[in-house]
Write a protein that binds this ligand. Sequence first.
Ligand code: PLP
Length: 379
Amino acid sequence: MKTMIYADNAATTKLDIEAFQAMKQFLIEEYGNPSQPYSFARKERKALKDARATIAECIGALPEEIYFTSGGTESDNWAIKSIALQNVMKGEIITSSIEHHAVLRSCDAMRELGCKVQYLPVTEKGIVQPIILKKYISNRTKLVSIMLANNEVGTIQPIADLAKIAHRNGALFHTDAVQAVGHIPIDVEKLGVDLLSASAHKFNGPKGIGFLYIRKGTDIIPYTDGGAQESGHRAGTENIASIVAMATSLKKNCVHLKENTKKLQYLEDCVVEILSASDIDFIRNGSENRVPGNVNISFRNAEGEVLVHRLDLLGICISTGSACDSINTQISHVLKEISVPGEYAKGTIRISFGISNTESEAITIGNSLIRILSKYKML
Ligand code: PLP
């Protein structure tokens, strides 16, 4: 069987084996509903409480500030729509032009209901500058939503500075931290955020589970109405097995954060050095301050889609920097906003290493890219 190299960890990650072991018992043996008072559900109630406490500790929050959701998309939708719906017609939202679609589409939906939405431009490295936020913000602004780390180019934003500006103007601050939680140190107090979205499958947890941090005292509309779960803010029987696995994988990632970061940066360097030693013409996108493991590069006069398909034939999974439909290959909104030059933009790929990747895999990816791109030139 052909060996497979998976280097698309910004899309999703492999479930950690300890997380898998931890969740199993809550699927088969301990399947009670934690809302029930009998002793059979005691273990589930405790597991829920412990998982909430573990997650809170990992991000410097209080357990009662963690609300379980179905993932990053739900957390983003909840944060944005909840604040906007309290202020439609009289309030405005500020976000950036390089957010994930979970944020951008949520803002679009609120705009259709009459909420004003402003999109901050970014620098060529994908940074939202505090000075730009100062220009746009006013006392009508109810929410500022800026991602902590970008999913395409990995750029980390100056969230603490941006949150201060929001608060000085009486606005709440939300950050989509889906690409950051479990990958860089997170402390909600130091960041000064009111709302923070996270998703387990980006940090070796299961898919379809995540959380929204809501600072104590923040006035937020429930995401779903029904039972009293999640302090009456997100009704529905809890996905205990996945919640337990999420807490297990997040804690493990946080404990090993330093060594993971070192390894991922080494893997990044391997690929970039191999490409730099060749005569291939490429640029690297994003800022130097980025999530570890992200290598977003644009090759001159190449097609990202073709590179992804050719690598796939070699058993290598990476991602393209452009979104494709059946007729047009489009440059992603992020690449447009950071002004990647036209002759490079279409040739963009994103390699995102994870903790299971090895040095030899990074070398294989670098060499395979050179081989494919050299053939290209001869065509
Ligand atoms: N926000 C960012 C920055 C992401 O990268 C993603 C997923 O790619 C999401 C939100 C959506 O998360 P989920 O897949 O858990 O819904």
